[in-house]
Ligand binder design. Sequence first.
Ligand SMILES: Nc1ncnc2c1ncn2[C@@H]1O[C@H](COP(=O)(O)OP(=O)(O)OP(=O)(O)O)[C@@H](O)[C@H]1O
Ligand SMILES: [Mg+2]
Length: 477
Amino acid sequence: MSHILIIDDDDQLRKSFHKLLTQEGYDTGSAASGEAGVAMIHQRCPDVVILDMRLPGMNGFETFSAIHQIEPKLPVIIMTAYGSTETAIEATKMGAFDYILKPFDIPDMLAIIRQAVEASRFMRSPIEMNGAPDSAAQDAIIGRSASMQEIYKAIGRVASTDATVLIRGESGTGKELVARAVYQHSLRADQPFLVINCVAIPDTLLESELFGYEKGAFTGANHRRAGKLEQANGGTVFLDEIGDMPFSLQSKMLRLLQERSIERLGGRDPIPVDVRIIAATNRDLESAIEAGRFREDLYYRLKVVTIRLPALRERSGDIALLSEYFLSKFSREVGMDCPGMSPDAQALLNRHVWPGNVRELANTIQKAVIFNRGAPVSQEDIAIAIREKIPDKNTHDEPYDQLLRRCLHQALTDYSGDNVFDAIMDQVAGILIGEALNLSAGNRSRAAKLLGLSRPTLHAKIEKYGLKFETSVREDH
Ligand SMILES: Nc1ncnc2c1ncn2[C@@H]1O[C@H](COP(=O)(O)OP(=O)(O)OP(=O)(O)O)[C@@H](O)[C@H]1O
Ligand SMILES: [Mg+2]
């Protein structure tokens, strides 16, 4: 349970916070002065601090500085009244997580608290690399394949430099985990790590979030605000989904990378900022450049150090290890003993192609664990969980003929040799038959029906293409 410390001299306000945050599932502590708050942090470090600026004795700003010295990564949310925002701005420039204005808008305030709790977890829960399947770590990178060994080496090599890192890979391959591992092993590990998701924030807000603004820069900008890049000074900024960054912002990013300075919206003077950038994307940046959606000069700046995560189907040898890890993780989460899995369930997991990669595998196993309530996971459970999979967030509204076209385009660029046509057609047939067998839990009669083939014809095709599938345990005769 996340622990939130409230520092405010107003008894009533502390009580209301306690009530509200307890209802939201947080554990709270409170202090009536800056001195008392700092003493409490020495004893037990909370996950997030909510700090009033107007305090007797040590004032809010001094308290913030003291906290920041003890624990630079601890997210501190400043509370202030309209009219006294200058100190809050100063504090955000010094690295306060964010500020909220009195009177509070409760949903907005809870949203900021949630973000701060997540930021705290991101910075402080360590990522175990090359973790064991029964690892109790909250987050571990699992995989022993050669391609994952290369990833661990790459993380080790780049972490201790200040180089910009670009992490690429399909959706669900673990880009965010790798970004956190790079940060945690870097020289800046004791400084903040800020995550900005370029897709989650509307285009119009992204610029002011990142770069901040001066009073009067646009309608509604009635006070100055430091942007996230300024707040993360000295630390690391993770720009997630950078391939979706609006074109107009890309030149500002380029300037940050080249000149190590930013300009607030409506501001004239460059402000020096020292941040390390880690960026990630699942987009094909090269095509985005061709289509005029991504700046080539920014691309070259970003890609100096690239970590490319393999798709799960390219490291299918790791599926068993990952399955074991998720099985033990999710059963632990619901307070059960690890139920184990039948060999044919594992075989089904091994031969599925996992378009949603590790995320899809995790979701599948989580569903199977929840539905099964402690019984060993069977092939049928997995088949059901795969069929009900959450649609892939990047492809769910793309018609399948377009998806197929993209895959075949990729295949044409990957294959070479005399029999490209036959090689691709054989592969397509193999995948089609494999999916039909997956959907029917390995039952060949049902798979034949799905494909509109007779059972002998399906059997002949399986032979022809040399496909190796487990024979179903539940054949209809
Ligand atoms: N190697 C791995 N070991 C254990 N868990 C993993 C691994 N790779 C990914 N995961 C888990 O899979 C899920 C998706 O990973 P993550 O969010 O890092 O993917 P992503 O590449 O950032 O995807 P997207 O492009 O969709 O944002 C997370 O829950 C993550 O913990
Ligand atoms: Mg991600």
